[in-house]
Design a protein around this ligand. Structure first.
Ligand code: NI
Length: 212
């Protein structure tokens, strides 16, 4: 009999996936420095139009062990676009990411979490699972370091997926205290793929599944 395979990382450790949307942006390097200091990995949902203007920063994100996903080219509400427009938003961004880092992203996040049966069908065609979140900090509304810190800590839970934005400077400023506190609580900061513990998502599949 073969030995049992080692348990997946997040079965052994208390994991959380911090996700940062709408970059890469000039605040992203400071965030990367903070993540590195804590040996934290995160997931960045990138806008294609920003990837082309910040190719080196996009490369740095990946080189430092973080994961990147497709967050469209220009951040539209996908449910309001035609099929062709949706495909253009998605493929232009995946192509831009591939040109910069050498591979296409394996997941996407619809802007504002807006999806429906049609968007889901198109994402299935593109073999891109739709990654949402368990907790949204609404950091872009808060614009306050203390508020964002408090909300992130409150939303933190084992295997949680937390929505943040590296285009919000107060979010970047909040991360040192957030990481320090969650670290003390035993959290390990991982990419969405690590959180999935080897489970392969279907194209179009929504993760974490929405509660009914
Ligand atoms: Ni966004």
């Amino acid at each position: 009999m073969a030995d049992d395979p080692p348990k997946p990382y997040c079965a052994r450790y208390k994991c959380i996936a911090l996700t940062f949307d709408d970059g890469p942006w000039p605040y992203t390097p400071e965030l990367l420095d903070t993540l590195k200091k804590h040996k934290a990995k995160a997931t960045f949902f990138l806008l294609g139009r920003k990837v082309v203007s910040r190719a080196e920063l996009t490369q740095r994100i990946v080189q430092e062990g973080h994961e990147v996903g497709n967050h469209t080219w220009s951040h539209p509400d996908l449910t309001k676009l035609s099929d062709d427009e949706i495909m253009e938003e998605m493929t232009s961004t995946s192509d831009a990411i591939e040109r910069v880092i050498g591979e296409k992203p394996a997941m996407m996040r619809p802007p504002n979490g807006a999806t429906d049966a049609r968007v889901t069908r198109l994402m299935a065609e593109l073999a891109l699972p739709q990654i949402l979140w368990t907790g949204s900090t609404l950091d872009w509304q808060a614009r306050d370091v203390a508020v964002i810190t408090k909300r992130t800590l409150k939303l933190a839970k084992r295997n949680g997926v937390i929505l943040l934005h590296d285009i919000v400077p107060e979010t970047v400023k909040a991360m040192p205290a957030v990481l320090k506190t969650l670290e003390k609580q035993g959290y390990h900061f991982v990419t969405v793929t690590t959180l999935l513990q080897g489970r392969e998502l279907e194209g179009g599949e929504i993760y974490p599944a929405r509660s009914k």
